[in-house]
Design a protein around this ligand. Structure first.
Ligand SMILES: CC(C)(COP(=O)(O)OP(=O)(O)OC[C@H]1O[C@@H](n2cnc3c(N)ncnc32)[C@H](O)[C@@H]1OP(=O)(O)O)[C@@H](O)C(=O)NCCC(=O)NCCS
Length: 262
């Protein structure tokens, strides 16, 4: 008999172990960030954590679901469905988005999600140089940045941004967009990238990726080709899935903060 409860920071080591069990990288900082900006649910078999999902709500309209995992020892018994159904009920928003692996996709389709695009994760030592078309965000830039993010993403993510301004290693702004980066072990994770074109998105990426081993998750083929030409190579894909309908000017969103935030 498994029981479900809210995850706390004390559960972080068990979350990381569960991810490793499924061949996912150990990402303790990312888990900790996601548990700060959202609510995690764990399924426990006795004291053992055997299933997880995290919900991040962006106001009353939109939520993202992430970190859906079931221990390999407990797969195929309905636990994945149970934890995701609980997460959706908790979210209670008309729009829910997530990035799905091929393992999760059939479950999400059964729960009413549809794929709206494929994201390719690019990883590698960035071989380019900074374009120098952005500058570090200052306190005075924050309100406008968060407002533009809401316009592009289609939901007010100000509470998430309060944490992201602390968590990010870099947040840079330009006249026509912005870019952030955060550390995930050895990787500089680039996102979000908000720009009016793929060319401008590439310039913003260059400003945070210069000298780093970077990961950027992109849907735009031109940006993907540019990354590949600069040593940041396609590694795996995920489906961007949504239940309900996206709003926002998503054409300007060239990379998510992280797949876990929809
Ligand atoms: C994805 C995952 C969480 C599913 O957990 P699980 O406990 O094995 O899933 P369930 O037993 O609840 O099955 C979920 C549903 O998907 C269905 N399903 C699973 N694989 C399927 C496939 N290839 N084709 C069609 N349906 C499939 C099951 O039949 C079940 O449907 P039902 O509830 O109507 O009977 C688990 O496999 C896992 O942790 N995988 C590795 C991590 C991962 O990729 N997570 C997804 C991140 S997006």
């Amino acid at each position: 008999m498994t029981r479900l409860r809210v995850l706390t920071p004390d559960d972080l080591p068990a979350c990381v172990r569960l991810a490793s069990d499924r061949g996912w990288p150990e990402e303790p900082e990312k888990w900790a960030f996601l548990l700060r900006v959202g609510t995690g649910f764990g399924l426990f078999d006795g004291d053992e954590l055997v299933g997880t999902a995290i919900v991040t709500r962006f106001g009353d309209e939109h939520a993202a679901v992430s970190m859906v995992l079931v221990a390999s020892s407990h797969g195929g018994r309905g636990l994945g469905r149970r934890v995701v159904e609980h997460a959706l009920e908790f979210a209670g928003t008309p729009v829910v988005s997530l990035h799905a692996t091929s393992y999760g996709k059939p479950l999400y389709e059964k729960l009413g999600f549809r794929s709206v695009g494929v994201v390719t994760a690019h990883v590698g030592a960035f071989g380019g140089t900074a374009a120098g078309t952005s500058r570090p965000a200052e306190e005075a830039d924050r309100a406008e940045l968060v407002a533009v993010d809401a316009e592009v993403f289609g939901a007010d993510r100000s509470a998430m941004w309060d944490e992201l301004f602390r968590f990010a290693s870099q947040v840079r702004v330009a006249d026509d967009g912005f870019v952030a980066a955060w550390r995930n072990g050895p990787l500089t994770m680039v996102g979000p990238v908000v720009a009016p074109s793929a060319v401008r998105a590439a310039e913003l990426v260059a400003d945070v990726a210069a000298g780093a081993t970077a990961r950027v998750d992109v849907r735009d083929p031109a940006l993907g080709a540019w990354l590949e030409a600069h040593g940041v190579l396609p590694r795996f894909t995920a489906d961007l899935m949504v239940r309900g309908a996206f709003s926002g000017d998503r054409a300007r969103l060239y990379a998510p903060v992280m797949q876990a935030l929809g």
